[in-house]
Design a protein around this ligand. Structure first.
Ligand SMILES: Cc1cc2nc3c(=O)[nH]c(=O)nc-3n(C[C@H](O)[C@H](O)[C@H](O)COP(=O)(O)OP(=O)(O)OC[C@H]3O[C@@H](n4cnc5c(N)ncnc54)[C@H](O)[C@@H]3O)c2cc1C
Length: 606
C-alpha cells in the first residue's frame, strides 16, 4: 500500500491542528498529572488543557486558540518536553489564520485517486464552533446520527460505535441492510447461484452426465432466497444491539443543520446530532412515459420477487443489473431479449472483455439489440407491445413482462438536504470532499448518494472512513481503484485503468492477455472462453489496470486490486508463486507474458 501524507487544504474553512507543548524553559520529560479536557469539548483561547508537575511547580498548558478538541494523544503519567504533541484541535479558518505558524495536521492517505465522477467540493460553511454544543436538542440526541441503514450506513454506524461514539441509525424500513441486502447484491447472488447450478448441470451433458429437466418449485426457491436475506438482516440487528447502536425506524428529513425529523410508525420524533452521516442511497431510475401502473413492467426489485417465470421477457438496459437478471431468468427457462442503447453491453468495460459473454448469451437468448431504443410500450391484454427505433431495431414485439434496468438515481432530493443548505446537484448527488464532508462540515455523505460507482464495497469503505474522521482519525478517501464485477455467466471483472481510459488519457501503456484456453484449470472446468488482461505502464512496468472475463472473475480480480494498491510491477506478480491448477494462475501467466518468461504459451520473439 502506497502511503503518502497530504496536508489539509489551507483554504478549507475548518482545520485540524496539532497542539504541542510550548516553550517551558529548561524543563524536560515532565509528567502529566491531569488532563483537563475531553474529545468534543469546546475550548476558548487560553483555556487550560493539561497540567504538568515539575519538582518545583505545577504548570497548566493553555489552548493557543479556540476550537473543538478532536483527539487527545497523551495520558496521565506520560512525560513530555517542549514540542511534544498532546492533542488535536479543530478550528475555524479565521482562528487558524490567527495562528498560522502552528503546525497543521498531516493526513495519512493510502493512495492517490478518487472515484471517477465522484463530485468533490470544498466545505464552504465554517462551523460555528461556539454553537457546536449549543444547539437545541431533539427528543433524542446522539453524537453521531446516520441516515439510512444500507451497507454504507450500518458500516458507518458500527465503526463510529466501536470508536466510542453514541450512535443513532435511522432507517425507513423495518429491516437493516438497505438495497444491497434486501433487494440488491444478496438476493441477486442467491438467485445467480441457483442459475449456476441449473446451467452447470445442463452443460455436464458434454461430459456424459445427463440430468433430467429441472423441476422448479418457485415458492420454495423464493422462500430460500428470503431466508438468505433474513439471516443477514437479523445478523445486522444483533450487531447493532451488541454495539448499543440505537435503531429508529422511520423516514428522516433534515429540519435544521443539527436535527432530523423522523416520521416513525408511532409518530414524529426529532433526533439531534453533533455529527451526521447521510447514507440514504439510491432508487431505481425510470424512463418517463411508459405505463408503469401495469404490473407486468417490473424493475430489479420486482424481478427479485420472482412472482412468476414469464415465457418471454424484454430487459431494457444491457448494464450489470439487467444482465445479472437475464442470467437468472434465462436459467429458469424464460426467453430473454435485451435492448441496449449503446453499441456494446456493459458500456463502462472494454469491448474485448465483453466478447466472451456476448458470444455465450447470443446463443442462449432470443435476441440482443444493440444501438436500439425502446420508443413505446403499449399495455395490451395479450402482452406488452414494444416499439423500437435504431439501426438494429426489430419490428414491434409483444412480451409477457418487461424488466426496466436503466440504472439508479441518488436519493439526494428526498431527504430535505436542500432545506438546510446542503449542496445537492441536479441529478440528486450530495457533493462531498475527500473527507466525505458536505459543504456543512459536521455533516458527511457516503455511498450511492455521493456518486458513482454505485457499489456496496465503495459505500462500506466510505462508511468506515466517515466514522473514523468524526472520531478524529487523520484519513481521507483516496482509494486507487474500486473494482467492478458483473456476476453474469461468464463473470466480468475489472479494476484500475481500462484500455479505453488509457487511450483517452494518452498513457503509454502495454496490454498483455492470457487466454484461458491455455489454463489447465479452465480446460478441466470446460470453461476455456475466459481471458485475463493486465494493463501496465510501459516504462515502469507497474500494473495500471486488470480485467478478467471467465468463471469466478469476481473473486480473481481482488489479487490485482491489491497489486495496484501496493504499487506492484510485473516482476512482483510473475515471481509470486500461485497454486496450481487454479484460475488465479492466469494472472501470474499474464504477468509472465509481460516479463517474457511465460512457458505455458509459446510467444515468438519479436
Ligand atoms: C439488483 C441489484 C444488484 C446489485 N448488486 C450489487 C453487487 O453485486 N455488488 C455491489 O457492490 N453492489 C451491488 N448493487 C448496488 C448496491 O446495492 C448499492 O451500491 C448499495 O446498496 C449502496 O449502499 P448505500 O448504503 O449507499 O445505500 P442503500 O443500500 O441504497 O441504502 C440506503 C438506505 O437508506 C434508507 N433511506 C433512504 N432515505 C431515507 C430516509 N429519508 N429516511 C430513512 N431511511 C432512508 C433506505 O431505505 C435504504 O435502506 C446492486 C444493486 C441492485 C439494485
Amino acid at each position: 500500500m502506497q502511503t503518502q501524507s497530504i496536508k489539509l487544504n489551507k483554504v478549507a474553512m475548518i482545520q485540524v491542528i496539532e497542539i504541542e507543548i510550548p516553550d517551558i524553559g529548561d524543563f524536560k520529560d515532565i509528567p502529566i498529572i491531569e488532563i483537563l479536557v475531553s474529545p468534543g469539548d469546546v475550548v476558548e483561547k487560553e483555556a487550560p488543557l493539561i497540567t504538568l508537575e515539575t519538582d518545583k511547580a505545577t504548570l497548566e498548558i493553555p489552548a493557543p486558540q479556540a476550537g473543538v478538541i478532536k483527539e487527545i494523544t497523551v495520558k496521565v503519567g506520560d512525560k513530555v518536553s517542549q514540542g511534544s504533541p498532546i492533542l488535536t484541535l479543530e478550528t475555524s479558518n479565521q482562528q487558524a489564520e490567527a495562528t498560522a505558524t502552528l503546525p497543521t495536521t498531516e493526513i495519512q492517505s493510502n493512495s492517490i485517486d478518487t472515484a471517477e465522477d465522484t463530485p468533490l467540493i470544498k466545505p464552504e460553511i465554517a462551523p460555528d464552533l461556539a454553537s457546536i454544543k449549543n444547539f437545541p436538542h431533539g427528543d433524542i440526541h446522539a453524537e453521531v446520527v446516520v441516515l439510512g441503514a444500507g451497507p454504507g450506513g450500518y458500516t458507518a454506524a458500527f465503526r463510529a460505535a466501536d470508536l466510542g461514539k453514541k450512535v443513532i441509525l435511522i432507517e425507513r424500513y423495518p429491516s437493516l441492510g438497505g438495497v444491497c441486502l434486501n433487494v440488491g447484491c444478496i438476493p441477486s447472488k442467491a438467485l445467480l447461484h441457483v442459475a449456476k447450478v441449473i446451467t452447470e448441470a445442463k452443460d455436464a451433458e458434454h461430459q456424459g452426465i445427463v440430468f433430467g429437466k429441472p423441476k422448479i418449485t418457485l415458492d420454495k426457491l423464493r422462500a430460500w432466497k428470503e431466508s438468505v436475506i433474513g439471516k443477514l438482516t437479523k445478523g445486522l440487528k444483533a450487531l447493532a444491539k451488541k454495539r448499543k447502536v440505537e435503531v429508529i425506524q422511520g423516514t428522516g428529513q433534515f429540519s435544521t443543520n443539527h436535527m432530523i425529523q423522523v416520521e416513525t410508525p408511532t409518530g414524529t420524533k426529532t433526533v439531534s446530532f453533533d455529527y451526521c452521516i447521510i447514507a440514504a442511497g439510491s432508487s431505481v431510475a425510470r424512463i418517463p412515459g411508459f405505463p408503469y401502473d401495469d404490473p407486468r413492467i417490473i424493475d430489479s426489485t420486482g424481478a427479485l420477487k420472482l412472482e412468476e417465470i414469464p415465457k418471454r421477457m424484454l430487459i431494457i438496459g444491457g448494464g450489470i443489473i439487467g444482465l445479472e437478471m437475464a442470467t437468472v431468468y434465462d436459467a429458469l427457462g424464460c426467453k430473454i431479449s435485451v435492448v441496449e442503447l449503446m453499441e456494446q453491453l456493459i458500456p463502462g468495460a472494454d469491448a474485448d472483455l465483453i466478447q466472451p459473454l456476448y458470444k455465450r448469451i447470443k446463443k442462449r437468448y432470443e435476441a440482443i439489440y444493440l444501438k436500439t431504443k425502446v420508443t413505446a410500450i403499449e399495455a395490451k391484454k395479450t402482452g406488452l407491445k414494444v416499439t423500437f427505433s435504431g439501426e438494429n431495431a426489430p419490428e414491434p414485439q409483444t412480451y409477457d413482462r418487461i424488466l426496466m434496468a436503466v440504472g439508479r438515481r441518488p436519493n439526494g432530493h428526498d431527504i430535505g438536504a436542500e432545506n438546510i443548505g446542503i449542496h445537492v446537484n441536479e441529478r440528486g448527488y450530495i457533493q462531498v470532499d475527500q473527507q466525505l464532508r458536505t459543504n456543512i462540515p459536521h455533516i458527511f455523505g457516503i455511498g450511492d448518494i455521493v456518486g458513482e460507482p454505485m457499489l456496496a464495497h465503495k459505500a462500506t469503505h466510505e462508511g468506515k472512513l466517515a466514522a473514523e474522521i468524526i472520531a478524529g482519525h487523520k484519513v481521507v478517501f483516496d482509494a486507487r481503484t474500486i473494482p467492478s464485477v458483473a456476476y453474469t455467466d461468464p463473470e466480468i471483472a475489472w479494476m484500475g485503468l481500462t484500455e479505453n481510459a488509457a487511450k483517452q488519457q494518452g498513457i503509454d501503456y502495454e496490454k498483455v492477455t492470457f487466454p484461458w484456453a491455455a489454463s489447465g484449470r479452465a480446460i478441466a472446468m470446460a470453461r476455456e472462453e475466459g481471458m485475463t488482461h493486465l494493463l501496465l505502464d510501459k516504462n515502469t512496468r507497474h500494473i495500471l489496470g486488470a480485467s478478467i472475463v471467465g468463471v469466478n472473475a469476481g473473486e480473481l480480480i481482488s489479487e490485482t486490486v491489491l497489486a495496484l494498491e501496493m504499487g506492484a510491477d510485473m516482476e512482483d506478480i510473475s515471481l509470486t508463486i500461485h497454486p496450481h491448477p487454479t484460475l488465479s494462475e492466469t494472472i501470474l501467466f499474464a504477468a509472465e507474458i509481460a516479463e517474457g518468461s511465460i512457458t505455458d504459451l509459446y510467444i515468438p520473439k519479436k
